[in-house]
Design a protein around this ligand. Structure first.
Ligand code: NIG
Ligand code: FE
Length: 420
């Protein structure tokens, strides 16, 4: 099976198989009028049309970019895509002055989604997750990291991870599952959080590791949730379980989560709205990717993460939606790019690398995805606009016209081609 993407105004991509840093973050390769040939799930050629004709025969399928811009599919390295219910009531409460933590402590927040998710059947959870994946795909995302964390008991956490596994098998998007059983203190342990930490360590994490349903683990390291010492204990067995580490770090308070993530050799430290200069310096010296989630700052009306300082210090910076019902209910990476540029001060080219190659590095997959290069997976998007700048310039509009995943056209003219 071969596919030729032709008729592009430009083919734009970062290059390499690890995260780009500092001045290299904005170094995109721009090939005017290039064609891209995919065979099976791989990219085999990028270059001039005449050269393609010399080297290859007729492809099985053609996709006309109609003067649009071709980019790598977005990789979203931080999402909470499985949940039931919604929290628009909290949106209104926040507009009237309550904070995210006020609402959480009064029974809302994560625990309100936990109540709804525990009650939902696996079939219902799968159906709403697949709907969400359709929206991710329509906005150009071809791979996501996917967290559990709205069960906060063994049975529901396992059910969430099974939903992620089943959705991965049924949907074109690739899902990388993360166990986030340590997302909050569940209501039954409110008065005794220490017993919850010990249950996670002794029973829940080992059982989930044994199920093989997660490839990574995450903890919400935050004042009033899990402190540094508890987070360290929660992650002590990660290596033994074969789990990579992501960490919700320095989101609402400067606890030192970034430094802890580096110390533990985490794949990523995420949020970082309150990261300290010491945390920035620690990240800059490490391989840990700083995953920034400007949708959360926008939606909670809280400060932006210091994106410029992180990039300029030499940290590996990536972008993600944080898609979840409480603090960032969006599946759209183009919205995140708009916020990353206009809100956090990244350049457009920097935001493109941060949401493709560096985002792939944040889930340990930069050798396979995140750029348009021969040998990489054929995950591409074609914009209904000539240059990549339109992604943020023409804001609030979905410019993604076609999506190619693993060498197959899965969105054509804005419509899914794979029906389930
Ligand atoms: O990444 N910070 C913790 N977890 C999510 C919010 C989840 C929720 O509010 O439901 C986050 O922002
Ligand atoms: Fe999150």
């Amino acid at each position: 099976m071969s596919l030729l993407v032709h008729g592009a105004h430009q083919v734009v991509t970062p290059t390499g198989s690890d995260a780009r840093r500092g001045p290299e973050l904005g170094a995109l390769t721009i090939r005017p009028q290039a064609v891209v040939r995919c065979e099976h799930d791989r990219i085999v050629f990028i270059g001039e049309e005449v050269e393609h004709r010399r080297q290859f025969g007729e492809p099985d399928d053609l996709l006309d970019a109609c003067g649009g811009c071709v980019l790598p599919g977005f990789v979203d390295p931080h999402t909470h895509p499985v949940s039931a219910g919604s929290r628009e009531d909290e949106f209104d409460r926040r507009l009237r002055g309550e904070t995210y933590m006020d609402i959480a402590r009064s029974g809302g927040g994560i625990n309100s989604t936990v109540r709804a998710t525990r009650k939902a059947s696996s079939k219902e959870l799968l159906a709403t997750t697949l709907d969400r994946l359709d929206r991710f795909l329509a906005h150009g995302t071809t791979t996501i990291e996917a967290k559990s964390g709205y069960g906060l008991d063994l049975e529901t956490e396992l059910r969430m991870l099974e939903v992620i596994r089943d959705a991965d098998g049924m949907h074109p998007i690739d899902l990388h599952p993360t166990c986030l059983a340590a997302h909050e203190i569940p209501p039954e342990y409110r008065g005794d959080p220490e017993t919850w930490v010990q249950r996670l360590v002794d029973e829940i994490h080992p059982e989930i590791a044994g199920s093989g349903l997660a490839e990574a683990v995450d903890v919400f390291c935050e004042e009033g949730v899990f402190d540094l010492e508890q987070t360290r204990r929660l992650l002590a067995d990660a290596d033994r379980f074969g789990w990579r580490i992501h960490l919700h770090a320095d989101e609402l308070t400067p606890l030192g989560g970034a430094e802890l993530a580096v110390d533990l050799g985490a794949l990523s430290a995420d949020h970082l709205m309150c990261v300290t200069p010491e945390g920035v310096a620690a990240l800059a010296r490490s391989e840990t990717v700083a995953v920034l989630l400007p949708g959360t700052s926008f939606f909670l009306r809280s400060p932006w993460a210091p994106a410029r300082a992180l990039v300029d210090a030499g940290c590996a910076v990536a972008l993600a939606t944080d898609c979840n019902p409480g603090s960032s209910p969006t599946e759209s990476m183009p919205v995140i790019l708009a916020l990353a540029t206009l809100g956090m001060g990244l350049g457009v080219a920097e935001a493109v690398t941060a949401s493709t190659l560096n985002a792939a590095a944040a889930i340990g997959r930069a050798d396979e995805i995140g750029s348009i290069e021969e040998g990489k997976r054929a995950d591409l998007i074609i914009l209904d606009a000539p240059t990549f700048h339109h992604l943020v310039y023409h804001f609030g509009i979905n410019l993604v016209r076609h999506v190619v995943k693993d060498g197959r056209v899965v969105v054509r003219d804005g419509l899914p081609t794979v029906h389930r």
